[in-house]
Ligand binder design. Sequence first.
Ligand code: ADP
Length: 248
Amino acid sequence: ARERSARADRLESLGQLAGGVAHDFNNLLAIILNYADFLADEVTGDAADDLSRIRNAADRAKSLTGQLLLFAKREPTQVEIIDLNQVVTEADELLSRTIGENIRLVSRPGAGTMPVRANRGRLDQILLNLVINARDAMPDGGVVVVETDCVETDGIAFARLTVSDTGIGMTAEVRDRLFEPFFTTKPADRGTGLGLSTVYGIVGEANGHIGVDSAPGVGTTFRILLPSAAAPAGRRSDSPEQELAYGH
Ligand code: ADP
């Protein structure tokens, strides 16, 4: 447990560092983009092409700093009680469009509702990151299954989100490092290494747990447990958390 918390501390301080750098970078990029826009009205020919390359690179850099800021949790988020099943159902179309034609998406939300306390955008982000990784792990096609169910560990009720793929899987070395910020095995124009560290941060913030099973050549399964926010029977009306949830 001590090892785990040292790891969490390290991720936390890396996050703060990244957030600070990203914030300053973002401001500088805004200046670059601003002046590039001014210049665009004044230059023509080859110079205009060069300028548009500068603009494109600055745009890409800006989207990267955006991801960094998200990872560093600089953006405040609103937590509410949301139904994990609904999130999965509603993400289905976006996810299908994301994965491309040679991959089959099987979405199996569990029965009923699975209330959890979280931010809607962040839950979408978890799903998207996991499914994009599944896609990238299956260049020759395959199946990605997204499912939810309810589980109980140590008397605590959790909603569980499982995302599994039939992709290339991971070696033990990759599995050990996959939640580290900037750790990626993908080429620089594809991977930032921030996807899973962001997921890890979001899950931790929601007092959840994340686990992974993976075997090279077989596939990978991510399991995320989020504490259930279902009110215990008989306490629905007087729970302050419920009031909070139905507030704003
Ligand atoms: P990125 O996707 O930008 O590389 P991530 O933090 O999302 O960053 O993932 C880190 C690394 O973990 C990936 O580069 C890849 O090596 C590995 N990985 C993540 N998900 C999977 C998966 N479903 N199958 C195989 N490897 C994976």
